[in-house]
Design a protein around this ligand. Structure first.
Ligand SMILES: [Zn+2]
Length: 294
């Protein structure tokens, strides 16, 4: 007859635990930071998923009459990822091609907070979104240079623009008020620039901000008004991400900007050609994958 020897059972249990732990350490996927640039046509929307499971949405694309990118693209992506709660929706600035889907997102999923540029805007759609957030008692936090968002899992976002004293110049105040984020995880960094233009770039350089990043989300959809040579020199990215609509009427991305990136041997991914773009960082290396790979 088998006897249940307590010592033996304890030893076997300890061995099973140890085996499980070793197995987990060796074979479990490492925690990663995942940044997806969604294919939203002309506009921007990015979803950031941190190793600790936090979710930050940066911009929400544009509205198209009764429909919008939030409903058509962002929500289906979140559902496919099993996300039904978002830590923060960050609107880089007030332009319609960045905030058009925000009202749908506020309505359809739980969003813990709304993060906006410290530079106010009177853009009508943007104001309606802020009102909708207030009605839902969603806290609205204004951000400016010098602040950081700590996700408490190794990921930190430094805010590099706008300056706390106001917009960095008079030209295109909404674009230049864009929140610029330098997202760091381990030794990897991504720079997300919204629609920041030359004036904001110059101001960040003047402020002595550390702009170095492996990946640059190119400012203002690749418009000629952004991505100055001095700025690219300070960022020194290996990879550039461009979000622009197929055959858009603005001619984004501008061919001179593409030539500027090519001259620096920066690998370019663009949503109008590649579809959605996913970046994954394990804190040491970054991998890029596009929808057309699948
Ligand atoms: Zn834009």
């Amino acid at each position: 007859m088998l006897r249940a020897d307590p010592l033996r059972i304890a030893l076997l249990a300890a061995l099973a635990l140890l085996t499980g732990w070793v197995w987990w350490r060796v074979f479990a996927p490492p925690p990663v930071l995942r940044v997806t640039v969604l294919d939203v046509g002309q506009g921007d929307s990015l979803v950031i998923q941190t190793p600790g499971g936090r979710v930050l949405i940066v911009d929400a694309g544009r509205a198209m009459g009764e429909d919008d990118v939030g409903r058509r693209v962002v929500l289906p992506f979140l559902r496919a990822q099993g996300i039904n709660r978002v830590d923060a929706l960050l609107l880089t600035h007030a332009d319609d091609d960045h905030v058009g889907g925000a009202a749908t997102l506020l309505e359809r999923i739980t969003i813990d907070r709304l993060l906006v540029s410290a530079v106010p805007s009177d853009a009508p759609l943007y104001r309606r979104i802020l009102q909708a957030a207030r009605r839902r008692s969603i806290p609205i936090l204004s951000l400016a240079r010098g602040q950081t968002l700590d996700f408490h899992d190794g990921v930190i976002a430094e805010i590099l623009n706008p300056p706390p004293e106001g917009p960095p110049g008079r030209e295109h105040p909404d674009n230049n008020a864009s929140l610029v984020l330098r997202l760091r995880y381990g030794s990897t960094a991504l720079l997300l620039t919204g629609d920041a233009e030359r004036e904001a770039e110059k101001d960040m350089l003047r402020a002595g901000a550390d702009l170095r990043a492996d990946v640059l989300k190119v400012g203002h959809h690749g418009s000629l008004t952004s991505s100055s040579e001095r700025f690219l020199e300070a960022v020194r990215p290996r990879v550039a991400l461009l979000s622009a609509g197929r055959g858009n009427p603005f001619g984004h991305p501008h061919r001179d900007i593409l030539a500027r990136l090519a001259a620096r041997r920066i690998r370019v991914f663009r949503t109008d050609r590649d579809g959605a773009i996913a970046l994954v960082s394990d804190g040491r290396a970054l991998k890029t994958r596009v929808m057309s790979d699948e």
